[in-house]
Write a protein that binds this ligand. Structure first.
Ligand code: FES
Length: 77
């Protein structure tokens, strides 16, 4: 079971799932905040809506639904 770090907290994720699924499974329902201050999270799960953008290992605007969980990744919402 891969262990990832989300906003500084360790989270155990299921093997083989997308990062979006791992975040939602961990109870994270805010992946980012819109310019107007609204909470945003994954909607489509297939790379279309762009609502699941997070920072992964220092790279901003990565789509959490398009990245498979792997041991040790650092995620910032
Ligand atoms: S959930 Fe829609 S692009 Fe990731």
């Amino acid at each position: 079971m891969p262990e990832i770090r989300v906003d500084g907290m360790l989270v155990n994720a299921a093997e083989g799932v997308s990062l979006a699924v791992a975040l939602l499974s961990a109870g994270r329902t805010r992946f980012r905040t819109s310019l107007s201050g609204e909470p945003r999270a994954a909607v489509c799960g297939m790379g279309v809506c762009m609502e699941c953008r997070v920072t992964i290992d220092g790279q901003p605007h990565r789509l959490a639904c398009q990245v498979q969980v792997r041991e040790g990744i650092e995620v910032r919402t």
